[in-house]
Design a protein around this ligand. Structure first.
Ligand code: RB5
Length: 143
């Protein structure tokens, strides 16, 4: 599986730790984020990742910024993206089980790197439950 990852200046160390962990597990990783702590604008990084998920260049995405909200707001402007913000284990599980998030977004300034790794593992290991949740996610896109 190929996973794209993006981050602004707040998420560089988190991104690197996630890439190391997932490469060790056999995932192919594509880095759309900055490798510098110089300030950048999250939307400039989010849109290329969203395009890659929508086109199928990557199977799933992971995104990090300070609060996670800038990335989530930018990513969710793309019709094919369901970017879900998670900061604890239960939300990371539910964002896959109920929302089938194809991008996991995390708030780098509010969780530890260890927690981010845990959330990624939970999100990747959970399955979308379908059923009533399929009907609900089908109503998300607008023209
Ligand atoms: C950067 O300072 C910060 O605004 C950004 O990382 C993010 O939190 C925005 O939503």
């Amino acid at each position: 599986m190929k996973i794209g990852i993006c981050n602004d200046h707040a998420g560089v160390d988190y991104k690197n730790a996630i890439i190391d962990m997932l490469q060790a597990k056999g995932y192919e990783m594509v880095n759309f984020g900055t490798d510098s702590t110089d300030a950048i604008d999250y939307a400039d990084i989010a849109h290329p990742l969203a395009n890659a998920v929508e086109s199928g260049e990557v199977d799933l995405g992971i995104a990090l910024c300070g609060t996670g909200n800038g990335m989530a707001m930018s990513l969710n402007h793309h019709r094919g993206i369901r970017a879900g913000l998670a900061w604890d284990n239960e939300i990371a599980a539910l964002v896959k089980q109920h929302n089938n998030a194809n991008v996991l977004v995390m708030p780098a300034r509010f969780i530890s790197i260890e927690k981010a790794l845990e959330l990624v593992n939970i999100w990747l290991s959970e399955e979308f439950q379908g059923g009533r949740h399929e009907r609900r996610i089908a109503k998300i896109p607008v023209e």
